[in-house]
Design a protein around this ligand. Structure first.
Ligand code: BG6
Length: 486
């Protein structure tokens, strides 16, 4: 099965901080892949903008190195690499000073129609400043878009301040806030599964759904990012954004159209319908050292840090659809497997005609986001063979890679899709300012309450499923977390 590629119009993409880690690891390789897929036109221009003094040729050489490091060798075709490199330019710009802005304006020219994207791959403290300087340099045309990525504030107050700084110079329809989870193929598939099939939607409510689990488990620790992470913790780093987006897509009402604001309105309603979290609905954890790896405290500067590398929580959505159905969320570093999944567990049949059979687990729909994207439906069938009616649970398994053929494994990565969406002017997979603020408004009080309580996160072993207390959170309601296994 071959996916259809719709070419985008020629554009100028200015990447502030292009020589940094994200630029080299994700942005440049993603653009190369889109050129290879004939989606990015060769007339597009990608302008690296950073503080380092660098010639255009040096930037091009850096880009080739980045492609060699981060694109599969088999996808690096010599003619194509040259074609890509020919799209690249570079200007030395001081994001926090006056240098380089005139040169940037000269390079971009004055075509008001041409799509212009400013991708701010820089420290968040510079977002407002750059937005302001883009305006003062006269390069922010009405056809311009600005792209930023988390952390989008540290709390509600700072998120509001950031939104205000951006909206001083850009309309909301020009601001693209990336949550790279929304660029993942299966995350978008959640909407397709729910709204393009008649099967699930009638059952998708508190009357039929016992509980929902959303897990994003990682095997990596925080090493190398300790300084950032220790100020953030799992709640700010993962829950406020990625897990919140998954929760919204799972719980939202069907939008009337697949349109950016319709979808984002529905997501916002979910966040606003969340009950305030209580401390007793949350469990924090911090991984300890083992024979193979250092512990969390070995990777951060503060030996007494109380920052959580794991969080589990029980959320309630107070609306007609979900009242009474708990949503359990958990995420953590250094867990037993890398796994992201959403599990929707349905209620038991109202009456059993097999009274001799022990309680069954009930139907569940398991949506695996990564790895091995796919859906599994847990169903109960008869255990084959003579000797009476015994029941057994089996998975009805659909791995997308086997259902869709080898092309499924070559789906564009999140950044490829998201950058092309920016060029096309499609905001559906980007967060709106009010969504970000609402998510902070929900997590802020609980982070404050943890601080006030003065309690420490529970230690957990690297390679485990997190602290045992997380199990108590679900078992208190008679539910069990699914195992974290690859
Ligand atoms: C990032 C977080 O946003 O997402 C990281 O800052 C985390 O801490 C990463 O590791 C997970 O992304 P993915 O795509 O690997 O699941």
């Amino acid at each position: 099965m071959v996916s259809t590629v719709i070419p985008v119009p020629p554009f100028d993409l200015v990447v502030f901080g292009a020589t940094g880690d994200l630029g080299r690891r994700k942005i440049l390789p993603s653009l190369y892949r889109r050129l290879a897929a004939n989606q990015m036109p060769p007339e597009a221009r990608i302008v690296g903008a950073a503080r380092s003094q660098m010639s255009r040729d040096e930037f091009r050489a850096l880009a080739v190195e980045a492609l060699e490091a981060f694109v599969d060798a088999g996808d690096l075709r010599p003619g194509l690499v040259e074609k890509f490199v020919a799209c690249l330019d570079y200007v030395t710009v001081d994001a926090a000073g006056d240098g380089g802005w005139r040169e940037l304006a000269g390079l971009l020219g004055d075509d008001p129609e041409r799509v212009r994207v400013f991708y701010l791959s820089v420290a968040p403290s510079l977002f407002g400043e750059i937005a302001d300087r883009l305006h003062r340099a006269g390069v922010a045309t009405p056809a311009s878009r600005i792209v930023i990525e988390k952390p989008l504030g540290h709390d509600l107050a700072s998120a509001r301040a950031l939104n205000a700084q951006l909206s001083a110079h850009f309309d909301e329809h020009q601001i693209y806030r990336i949550d790279h989870y929304l660029g993942k193929e299966t995350v978008q598939n959640l909407m397709a599964i729910r709204f393009a099939n008649a099967l699930f939607e009638p059952l998708w409510n508190a009357r039929h759904v016992e509980h929902v689990q959303i897990t994003v488990a990682e095997t990596v620790g925080v090493e190398g990012r300790g300084a950032y992470y220790d100020r953030s913790g799992a709640m700010r780093d993962m829950v406020q954004n990625h897990l919140m987006q998954l929760l919204c897509l799972t719980a939202m009402e069907p939008p009337s159209r697949f349109d950016a604001d319709e979808v984002r309105d529905e997501k916002l309603k979910v966040i606003r319908a969340l009950d305030p979290l209580r401390v007793t609905d949350t469990v924090r954890g911090q991984y300890r050292p083992n024979h193979k790896h250092g512990g969390y405290l070995d990777h951060v500067d503060n030996p007494a840090s109380r920052t959580e590398s794991f969080v589990a929580l029980r959320a309630h959505i107070s609306n007609w659809r979900w009242s009474g159905t708990p949503f359990y969320l958990r995420t953590g570093k250094r867990l037993s497997a890398r796994l992201s999944e959403i599990v929707v567990t349905f209620k038991h049949p109202p009456h059993t005609i097999f009274p001799q059979v022990e309680a069954q687990k009930g139907n569940a729909l398991i949506i695996r986001l990564q790895p091995n994207e796919g859906i599994t439906m847990r169903v109960t069938i008869k255990d084959p063979g003579p000797g009476g009616m015994r029941l057994v649970e089996v998975p009805l398994d659909m791995t997308f890679a086997s259902a869709l053929g080898p092309e499924a494994g070559k789906m564009p990565e999140a950044y490829e899709r998201l950058i092309m969406d920016v060029v096309r002017g499609n905001q559906t997979l980007f967060m709106r300012g009010d969504e970000v603020e609402a998510a902070w408004a929900w997590v802020d009080p609980i982070i404050a309450a943890w601080g006030e309580a003065g309690s420490k996160p529970h230690p957990y072993d690297a390679g485990s499923a997190g602290p045992i207390e997380a199990y108590k959170l679900t078992s208190a309601d008679g539910h069990l977390w699914r195992e974290i296994a690859a």
